[in-house]
Ligand binder design. Sequence first.
Ligand code: GLC
Length: 476
Amino acid sequence: MSKLKVLYAVSEAAPFIATGGLGEVAGSLPQALAERYGDEIDMRIILPLYQGIGDRTGFEFVGKTTVPLAWRQQYCGVYKKLVNKVTYYFIDNEYYFKRSECYGHFDDGERFAFFSKAILFILPMLGFMPDIIHANDWQTALIPIYLTTKYSSYEGYRDIKTIITIHNIEYQGVFDLKIAEDVFDIHGKEKGIVEFKGAINLLKGALETAHIISTVSESYSREIFDNFHAKGLAEIIQKNSSKIRGILNGIDTEKYNPENDDEIFESYNSKTLEKKYLNKKNLQSLTGLPQDRDIPLIGIISRLVKHKGFDLIINSMEEILKEKVQFIILGKGDRGYERFFEYLQESYKDKIYVRIGFDSNFAKKIYAGADLFLMPSISEPCGIAQMIASRYGTVPVVRETGGLKDSIKDASLGEGNGFTFTDESPEALCQAVKRALRVYENKEDWRKLVKAVMEVDFSWKKSAEKYYDMYSSLVV
Ligand code: GLC
């Protein structure tokens, strides 16, 4: 039997470039699939060659061509590199990708239209005609759209099946209808596919044209049937309901492994929890907080934005700070939240340490050194931090939404791996934190809980199986 050929198209992927969860997933899911199903699947991945990809050791030049995009003729170079069993392809065009940031440019629509078009255009040059193209988020949404509108009668392309994975439905790729022809090369009747509420909506076009729509947790795959979660796209989701699947993300359990992590102070596992305490002690000392083993330390690592639940946090801080606790907060985002925490730190120097910014090394130290990890998102397609925290034995306190609901079960009533609450209210958050603090007071119960939390398997193993089944279902 010949191998199933899958091309995973994505706008970022670790270890080369990752600005968030998408890049982490793209860096680990294809790897997990290739590792486990290497005999059945030929898994390859394709992304833009950004300026931020500095280390190009081992990159092999595949070829170059000129890609048509509406009236444009754009240079397109292709490089590749094999990482373990996965071939990574890189699309090179300095005009579009030699910029200091991956996203946030005035011409992002054009940049990712080029990227999507280039992927389809260069397939013959790669000598790799995939059975499935797995697109991710709006940046690659044009792939199923172009396959339907431009390539449906082309030999070799006709049978390609497509999946669009929604990592976060908030980002839809919305543009002015006026640029449909000029930038996206979409004309006449084709416009109906991408048009939504008077604008171009690329994600909508992909939902209509892809063979399968998947999202990153089962709960989120149900939540997006309502408009609050679907950010306006609920009717399109409902219309395409038979195509929808939800598969929870995993994490790279080697990259996040307290037993073998030189970024933390002391290695440990669920049997050597004493050493986790040394991480706490060192973290307290690093941040100038009182070094006291018995004060529960709560970590927050997040973008400081509303949908991560920061209004709930802000409105419950005063109440939680009446307890014997310490907080370490790492993140950046809305200036208002940043100021609030900076101000709070001034008033509670011995209880709160705040660092505004992203710092993956410091993040690891928090994952390892904190006792509790707070993540009360208003909406969360999957969420990765709660799984990383668990891997380091830091007990998550989460709001039951999306992937948080699917990965963390409340431990108050016996079995469980964290503390959860449902209501979008500061009171509900406070209660969940206080329940955690009461368990913390009993050393033996806490130790048992931490051990249980660490032993939950958040690797890609189970989910890779589900992706494999999903891929297989498309090619029977
Ligand atoms: C997005 C989502 C997040 C998810 C990640 C990876 O960043 O907001 O919940 O974990 O994608 O799928």
